[in-house]
Design a protein around this ligand. Sequence first.
Ligand code: SF4
Ligand code: SF4
Length: 198
Amino acid sequence: MQKSDPTEIPIRNDGKEKQLVKITNHLARQNVSLCWQCLTCSGGCPFADHMDLLPNQVIRLVQLGQVKEAIKCKTIWICVGCHTCSTNCPNSIDIGAIMDALRQLAIRYGVAIPEKDIFRFHKYIFGSIQRSGRLNKLEAMIQFKLGTGRVFSDIKSGIKMLNRGKLELIPQKIKDTGELDRILTHYDKRRRSFKAHE
Ligand code: SF4
Ligand code: SF4
């Protein structure tokens, strides 16, 4: 997908666009209609050079009801949720939260994910937290390396991190895993309730 002027994004209607905009707003707890396309978010995004659509263009697609287009782009996976954009947004729109909502929708609708390694990264990090309530970096790194087949790349950095005590050899676990289960169950219920509205 090429970067383009937001005004060039075509408007297409298939009858479901308003519903998808509502779902995106609801998942992100934002209101994309507040965006007036000032481009401040895109101007300050440290990862804009790696994106196929600029952050404001993604918001514009959602505004226009083109959520199905927005969930196909690389940008939603490149965004790291650093909040540089939302800090500067004149309308206090949490753009990272919208990117997150779009990632959820991309997975739900089974679209081809253009950044497979980033998706894997999310999966292993979440899996680690789901198991113990803590991120076990060593476990996530090993899974990522095995998942991508690039077992020996970054090995020097890995050794440095181990030497500096940045990677725990013994996984830590939170005391109250019951609370974690309750949060995850709540999340699953919320996800199901959205599915019922689709
Ligand atoms: S900074 Fe806020 S208002 Fe401006 S384009 Fe980005 S999201 Fe829209
Ligand atoms: S939260 Fe995402 S879109 Fe916003 S500045 Fe950071 S990387 Fe860019």
